[in-house]
Structures are given as structure tokens and as C-alpha cells.
Write a protein that binds this ligand. Structure first.
Ligand code: MOS
Length: 692
């Protein structure tokens, strides 16, 4: 496939860039259905658990401009076996604070929001149970973790090996509840034409949303069309259907007009999921040379009363380092909280924070450089599956990163460097993320002067519009300007959503395989009406059975801490990745950079505070929930090593959307220790941390 080298790899600017800059790329809220749009606003439960005892919509119904007030008493019945919180307005029971208990449809958003305040709701409530701890008697082991991972994995005699290890660490880390905060709020605009529904939606996969709407309204797939060509950022909360899409469709059906429902920033804290808090006990045993003899990683996290979401937090520990005795476990508490969901590298993000922090503590205990400690524990094969790696270049990332960052000669002792008020330290941590792909269909139509490539892929801001066009151009042996790509629409051939860093690998494989068929069938000039080829990728990757497939990386970070105020800065960092073939150097850099910045944000800013008495999230907007901004980010040096992996997929690429965040918070925490001598094991690290 030498032709693949023609456009793939080049740092081509985003093909959708000009429309986005000019404001002509239509997002869900900006669609024009050709008629005046109605607006929807919701009444949300003020209690975490209980039952509605009185719900009076009379005053709201009387507000001028209100078209309907939907409550559990009058809302149309939904059908289907819907997940967790999707049966919106179907019952008087309340399972979490912020649950939708009524909805107002009105001529304007102002009228709808005003009328929401006129709906009277009373509850019989029980006290909220929202506090996670390791000694709750009701902790349980889920049957499986998300993505099908085993709940526990135990190899060898872990406790015996830990007890007899000459050097060990036994430490517990905690990470807080975090919330997805893409810039674009979740938005759904619904219109019915007879029994057919169109939903313009901000999501990560139109087919995923379509499936739930089909089930909820008892329709056939061809009666529902979900359209999401442009999405203003998404990190997981837009991957699955939430009550907002169901409710928008329900309301549009009731009033017989187009209805738009845009969540407020505050509503996003209860209605579209969050990252579970975690409590993680890490025990590492090693010989005096730093060779690990035992690794134990035990995770406690939460899920909601109405759904089981089991984050796969300790799974990266199953692949990172060699050790004969190993244990990873996950336990859940069912709390009166909204259903948790995925958020950029669910599992790997909190898990690698704890593992990579513990490795740094062990390095200090041993007096071994933390880069060297990782090199000494590099596993030749997958340490739990006992199969070879399709490719693994963690050591190249560590060595290249150390070189680019200027790691050599670092004084291993903490709190050795002060410049004026600033305590200065450096830290390192590794990154990893699994390489997977999923079934995807594709249709390519060859015309005399261009190709139309159709697949329900999603560009959630990643650059998929551009990277997929590059892949198609090379696979069809044509130029970029001869490719007309269509994505983000459930009327297009099936594809799974943008999630699990599987997008480009899945959709790209489908495009490459379909393009091969096009070239095989095309003998001479295509007909004027076009030669249509339906193809795709069937979802099977035989090499995944015989090989372990993961991307790796390494972060090196400098941290400065103001000894008077406790202010923490990250003035510079170096991240190096080994993630197979890089399709677009420009958008890939942006993904790696964005992931890393989100890791800095996790380390220093992001924390949703739960009021354990009243049961609500105390900080539910961007004033109270801090997300790193430009001013928080210093000079970040992003690069990658060449990696040729023909086993992972047709293109040799590994997903890159999530790996950047993994390990990043640990690198910051490790550098914070090196600067100050303080080990912080509870994120985030804030100015007051220094004075605790
Ligand atoms: Mo990503 S958390 O798999 O949407």
C-alpha cells in the first residue's frame, strides 16, 4: 500500500476550518427546520431519592406563550427496554438530584424558563446517600467492567510477595467526581413529519442515538434520522443517549412542531453523566534493584442507583509493567447520584494517575531514577495475557522524552531547587491506551471527476473530516479535492460513534476496504450516474487474539510552586507518543496536546464537590468548576516516534484521542513532590494544598 503515503501523514489544515471560522458550519442549535422553533425547559428534582407527591402545572400552563407542560401524568408512554435514566417523565420516582420531573414547551426559551418556575412540585424524600468510602458495607463486585473487562484479575501470591518484598509502597490515592465540559452544550432539535423523526443533535455517534429513539418511540430505523455534522467538542458525555434527546423528540410530537432543547451549563452537571470518583489502593513490592515482584491495585468507585457503570480503572495496570504476582480489583457503591458515564479515557485516566504516582513513590524509596525504574520493569510480552505486543515503544518514548526535556542530571532529591519564591521540580509518568476498532459500513460512489465517500463517522472537533478525506484520497489513488466526504448522519452507512479512540481505525478501515473494491471493480471511466460500491469493515481483528495492542507515551513536566501563596504553575512539558501511523500531523498534535492539557486540568483544577448533607453538586458551572484555560498552560513540546504496526489495522494507526490525558496528572503530581517534598494523593492539587 505504498500509495497510502501520499496524503496520509501530511499536516493538512482542517477541511472544515474555513466554515467553522466563518460561522457557516451548522451546529445542532443553528439548524433551520423551515418553521418557527419551539423551546423546551425543564423542572429538575431538588431531592436525590424519593417520590413526587404533588405536581401542579396549572400556573405554568396559563403563562402566555406556553404550548405544553409535560409531567409524568400526561407525558406519552415510551416503549422499549431503555437504559437507566432514558425513560424520562415515565414515573413519579426520583433517583437523583437534577432528574427531569416536568418540561415546558413554549414559543421562546425565555417563556419556557419563566414557566418552569411556575410548576409546583412536592416530594416525599429520603436522605441522600452520596458519600463514597472504602468501608461501606454495600460495596459489591460488578459482573464485568465497562468495555467487557474482567472485574478482578489475580495472578500468583500477591500478599505473600508483598510481605516478603525488600522494598514496598502501600499508598491510597483518590480522584474526585469530574464533569465533561465541552464548549458546546448538549443540544437536540426535533421535528416529526408524520411518524418520522428528524433529530439534529450534538453527539458522538448518530447511529447510537438513533437506536435509542427507535426503541423509545417504537419505530423502525428508517423512521428516525439523527444528524450531527458538526459537534462543538465531546469527551464522552455525548457518546450515549441522555434524557435530553428523548425529551426533545417527545415534546416535538406533543406540540406538533419543531422543538429545540439546549441544556444549560448547570444542567450538564446532572443530566449527561460524570466521571466517577475513585479511591485506589496501590501496593508495589520490588527487589533492591527495582524489579517489581508484586503489583496490587484495588479500586473503589461509585455508580448510580438506577444504572451500573463500572469504570475500568485498574485495567492499565494489567499491561504496564512486568511482575510475577499481580492483582487488580474493582468494587462499586450504588449511590443516589446521576448515572456516571465515560469521560476521556475512562479507566486509564484515574488508573494511570494512581499507578504512575505509586511508581514515582517507589522510585524515591529505592533511590532509582523514575525513568530507569520503568525501563527495568518493561515487560517483553503482555504480562497478563502472555501474548506478544503488536508493537510497544514505551521505552523509546521515555528515552526520547528525557532527551527533549533535558532530564539527564536531575537531582533525585525533592525540594532542592528554588528560584526566588518559586520551588521548582520535575516529574515523569507514562501513558497508555488500548488500540481497538469496531465494525463500520461504507459506501463509495465513483463519478467521472470525483468520489462520494459516505460513512456515519463523527467529527467531534478531532479533525476526522480531514483525516478521513486523506485516507479516502490515498486509498482511491486520487487527490483530496476529488473526495466528497459525508459523515455525521444516521442515514449514512452504519458506523459506531467517536469513542474509545476507535474512530479513525474503524472508519478508516471501512474506507480503505471499500476503496479497494472500488478500484477492483472500476475498469476505465466510471459511468456518469456513478458506480456505487457498498463495503466496509466487519469488525474482526484476528491479530487482536494473538497480540496485545496498545499505544504508549511518556510525559515530562516542570512544576513551579510559589512558596508564599502555594500557586502551582506548569511552565513546560514534553510528551512523546508511540501510536502507530500518524494520519494528520497537525490534527494529531492537537489531540495529544488537548489530552495533555486535560490532564493538567485534572491535576490542578477539576473537582465537582458533592454536598454530602444536601446531596447536590455545589459547583456546577465554569465559575466554580475550573477547567484549565490558555493562561494555565505553558510550553508543551509534543512529538511521536515512528512506529510501524501492520497488525492493528489496514492503516497501521492507533487511536490518539485519549492517550494524551493518561498519566499526565501523575507527571504533574510527581513534579509537585519533587518541587516541594509533599506527596499529594488526593486530586486536585490547589494553592491551599501547600499549607495543609
Ligand atoms: Mo471517549 S470517553 O471513549 O468518548
Amino acid at each position: 500500500m505504498t500509495t497510502l503515503d501520499r496524503v496520509v501523514g501530511a499536516g493538512i489544515p482542517r477541511v472544515d476550518g474555513p466554515q467553522k471560522v466563518r460561522g457557516t458550519a451548522p451546529y445542532a442549535y443553528e439548524q433551520d427546520p423551515g418553521e418557527p422553533i419551539c423551546h423546551l425547559a425543564v423542572v429538575q428534582s431538588t431531592v436525590n431519592r424519593g417520590r413526587i407527591t404533588r405536581l401542579d402545572p396549572t400556573r405554568a400552563e396559563a403563562v402566555n406563550g406556553v404550548l405544553a407542560v409535560l409531567t409524568p401524568a400526561n407525558a406519552p408512554r415510551l416503549s422499549g427496554d431503555l437504559a437507566s435514566d432514558l425513560p424520562v417523565l415515565q414515573s413519579l420516582d426520583v433517583h437523583y438530584q437534577g432528574q427531569i420531573v416536568a418540561a415546558v414547551v413554549a414559543e421562546s426559551s425565555e417563556i419556557a424558563r419563566d414557566a418552569v418556575g411556575e410548576v409546583v412540585v412536592e416530594y416525599a424524600a429520603e436522605p441522600p446517600d452520596v458519600a463514597l468510602s472504602v468501608d461501606r458495607p454495600d460495596l459489591y463486585a460488578p459482573e464485568k467492567l465497562m468495555a467487557g473487562f474482567d472485574t478482578d484479575s489475580v495472578i500468583g501470591d500477591v500478599d505473600g510477595a508483598l510481605a516478603s518484598a525488600p522494598v514496598s509502597v502501600d499508598v491510597t490515592y483518590s480522584t474526585p467526581t469530574q464533569h465533561n465540559n465541552p464548549i458546546e452544550m448538549h443540544t437536540s432539535m426535533a421535528r416529526w413529519d408524520g411518524d418520522s423523526l428528524t433529530l439534529w443533535d450534538a453527539d458522538q455517534g448518530p447511529h447510537t442515538i438513533e437506536k435509542d429513539l427507535v426503541a423509545a418511540f417504537d419505530l423502525e430505523p428508517d423512521q428516525v434520522r439523527v444528524i450531527s455534522p458538526y459537534v462543538g467538542g465531546a469527551f464522552g458525555s455525548k457518546a450515549f443517549t441522555h434524557p435530553n434527546q428523548i425529551l426533545a423528540a417527545m415534546a416535538a410530537r406533543v406540540v406538533g412542531r419543531t422543538v429545540v432543547f439546549e441544556l444549560s451549563r448547570q444542567q450538564m452537571f446532572s443530566l449527561v453523566g460524570h466521571r466517577t470518583p475513585t479511591i485506589q489502593r496501590l501496593r508495589l513490592g520490588a527487589d533492591r534493584d527495582g524489579r517489581l515482584t508484586a503489583i496490587s491495585h484495588e479500586v473503589v468507585e461509585h455508580t448510580s442507583r438506577i444504572s451500573e457503570f463500572a469504570e475500568q480503572t485498574a485495567t492499565p495496570t494489567r499491561v504496564m509493567y512486568a511482575a510475577p504476582h499481580r492483582r487488580t480489583t474493582h468494587r462499586l457503591a450504588r449511590l443516589d447520584v446521576p448515572p456516571p458515564t465515560i469521560m476521556r479515557a475512562p479507566g486509564e485516566t484515574p488508573g494511570m494517575y494512581a499507578l504512575e504516582s505509586a511508581m514515582d513513590e517507589l522510585a524515591a524509596e529505592l533511590g532509582i531514577d523514575p525513568v530507569e525504574l520503568r525501563i527495568r520493569n518493561e515487560p517483553e510480552r503482555d504480562p497478563e495475557r502472555d501474548v506478544p505486543w503488536s508493537s510497544r515503544n514505551l521505552l523509546a518514548c521515555l528515552r526520547t522524552g528525557a532527551e527533549r526535556f533535558g532530564w539527564a542530571g536531575r537531582d533525585p532529591r525533592p525540594r532542592q531547587r528554588q528560584e526566588g519564591r518559586w520551588l521548582v521540580g520535575t516529574g515523569v509518568a507514562a501513558a497508555t491506551y488500548p488500540t481497538r476498532r469496531r465494525r463500520a459500513d461504507c459506501r463509495i460512489t465513483a463519478y467521472p471527476d470525483h468520489y462520494v465517500v459516505e460513512i456515519d463517522g463523527s467529527d467531534i472537533g478531532t479533525g476526522a473530516w480531514t483525516a478521513l478525506a486523506q485516507i479516502a484520497a490515498d486509498a482511491l489513488e486520487t487527490g483530496l479535492d476529488s473526495v466528497r466526504l459525508r459523515i455525521g448522519d444516521s442515514a449514512l452507512p452504519f458506523a459506531g460513534g467517536a469513542g474509545g479512540s476507535t474512530g479513525l481505525a474503524s472508519w478508516g478501515s471501512a474506507i480503505v476496504l471499500t476503496a479497494r473494491e472500488v478500484r477492483r471493480r472500476l475498469t476505465g471511466e466510471p459511468p456518469a450516474e456513478g458506480l456505487v460500491v457498498d463495503g466496509g469493515f466487519d469488525g474482526s481483528t484476528p491479530a487482536a487474539q494473538t497480540h496485545s495492542m496498545h499505544a504508549f507515551g511518556a510525559h515530562f513536566v516542570e512544576v513551579r510552586v510559589d512558596a508564599d501563596t502555594g500557586e502551582v504553575r506548569v511552565p513546560r512539558a514534553t510528551s512523546v507518543y508511540a501510536a502507530g501511523r500518524i494520519v494528520n500531523a497537525r490534527t494529531a498534535r492537537s489531540q495529544f496536546l488537548g489530552g495533555f492539557c486535560m490532564g493538567v486540568s485534572m491535576a490542578l483544577h477539576e473537582e465537582t464537590v458533592t454536598d454530602e448533607r444536601l446531596g447536590h453538586y455545589a459547583n456546577h458551572d465554569l465559575a466554580g468548576y475550573h477547567v484549565a484555560t490558555n493562561a494555565d498552560i505553558g510550553e508543551i513540546d509534543i512529538s511521536w516516534v515512528e512506529e510501524d504496526d501492520p497488525l492493528v489495522n489496514e492503516l497501521g494507526l492507533k487511536g490518539i484521542g485519549e492517550i494524551g490525558i493518561t498519566g499526565a496528572a501523575a507527571a504533574v503530581g510527581n513534579a509537585y513532590w519533587h518541587a516541594t517534598g509533599l506527596r499529594v494523593r488526593d486530586l486536585p492539587i490547589t494553592p491551599d494544598t501547600y499549607f495543609r
